[in-house]
Structures are given as C-alpha cells and as structure tokens.
Design a protein around this ligand. Sequence first.
Ligand code: 48H
Length: 256
Amino acid sequence: MIEETIISKAIIESYLHELIDSVESEIIVGGGGPSGLCAAYYLAKRGLKVVLFERALKLGGGMPGGGIMFNRIVVQEEARDMLAEFDIRCQEYKKGYFVANSLEASAALTDKALKAGARIFNLITIEDVIVREQQVAGVVINWTSAEMAKLHIDPISFKSKVVIDATGHPCEITRIVEKKSGGRLDTPSGKIEGEKSMWADVAEQFTIDNTKEVFPNLYVCGMASNAVFGGPRMGPIFGGMLLSGKKVAELIAHKM
Ligand code: 48H
C-alpha cells in the first residue's frame, strides 16, 4: 500500500532541511547555466559549501538549446579535457573543434555539480543582493512563480562570503549591485560596459580573461563577464563558458 501523506512529508522535510541548511554558505552561485554549474562543481569538489539558485525549471541555461535549437554544442581544444572530466562524449568534427550533444552536456554538468555536493535550487530567482560596507554579503531570493505572476510577496535573504554572477547575458546580479550599491564596479568605466556583437575568436579568451571579482565579494563568469566587461559574444561555442566556470572556482578557492 502506498500512503500519499508519507510522500508529501518526505518531499517537504527533505527540501526544507536542505533549504534551511543553505541560508548561510561560503559561495552562492546565481544561475545554473554551463559557467555556473562548472563553478559550483569545482568549488563543491574542494569541500566548500556552495548554494546555486536557478530561476528556470531546468538547469543548463542556454546550453540545451545548442545553436538555433539544434541540440549540439562545439567545444574547442583548450576545453576538451573538461568534457572528459564531466564524462561528456564528443566527436572531433575538424581539427580542434569538438561537437557534443547539448542535452548530454547540460545533464552531465548538473549531475556532477550535485554529486560533488553543490546544493541546487531551481525555480528560485535572485531579485536583490545584500551589501554591507561596500561588500556583497549574500542574495535575496523569491519564487520564480511569484515573479512571473507579479505577486507582491516579500523575499528572504541568504548570506555567503562570496557571490558569483553566472546569470549570463543580462548579468542580473552585477546590474543590481551597479544600480543599488552606489559604488563603482571594477570595470574600465566603473559601470557595466555592455555586450558587443559576435566575434567568437576574441570572445572566448575575453570571457576567461574577464572572469574576476567585479565588486568586493562579487565575481562574474561566463556570458556575464562579457556583458559586464564589454566583450563580444561567441555563439554556440562553449569552451569559454566551461573554462570561465573553472577559473572563477580557482580564484575563489585561492581566496578562501
Ligand atoms: C536566478 C537566474 C537569474 C536570477 C538569470 O545564460 P546561461 O547559459 O549563462 P552562462 O554564462 O553559463 O552561459 C552562456 C551561454 O549559455 C550562452 O548564452 C552563450 C554561449 N551565448 C553566446 C551568444 O553569442 O549568445 O545561464 C544563465 C542562467 C539561466 O539558466 C537563467 O535562468 C539564470 O542564469 N538566471 N537565476 N536568479 N536573477 N538570472
């Protein structure tokens, strides 16, 4: 016999236990696209307490959509080892260009991040940040469904030593800091520079070079780095996203 109330209690208790335990952490990752998932994986693998909030129902961000909804991604030679680390199968299409299934890649990154110990909460939107004495100290979250329904519901706060903006093109977390903190970002203009038109060759290295701390205790990675520092976009090549997620994890681990 299956008792429905036991199913309900199991789900509520298990979820709330993890949520309460995540109110204070070492690292909060905003966004569960490829760069955020990589960052969460490498940090959790080092034994750090990582909490990732993802607005959408599913993880993977822009990755599952591949290029124009053809569910394939291309990864260059420099990131090939990372495909192996995540057990993502690939084929060499032309020398140095590896093609992989974007669904397999998204699932593998999610699986590895979870199994490394990252706490991942989907359907939750970061709508604000906590700033204390000009340092980011956490985030403010709400249900995505409340945001979508435009319901007036007050959010709750989660604290961490460091926050990673992995929200992709809109660089939402850095945008909130820019708008509300009154301080300068560590960019050439002190503000968000804005993403530029497609130039894959430049964009990939730009992403990695500009994966860094942009405001005290706020790091950017992936497409958020391009948008914040004014780099070009690159289309459906994903090595830069993976390498950026790995780099931000190394920078933060070094600091902790
Ligand atoms: C919670 C949020 C919030 C929020 C957004 O867009 P992503 O896939 O980001 P990256 O940087 O890991 O990867 C970028 C890549 O997918 C891409 O777009 C490329 C390579 N484009 C090239 C081109 O030329 O267009 O993932 C970001 C995630 C998404 O899942 C959002 O739902 C989530 O962040 N998110 N989660 N709170 N406020 N904002």
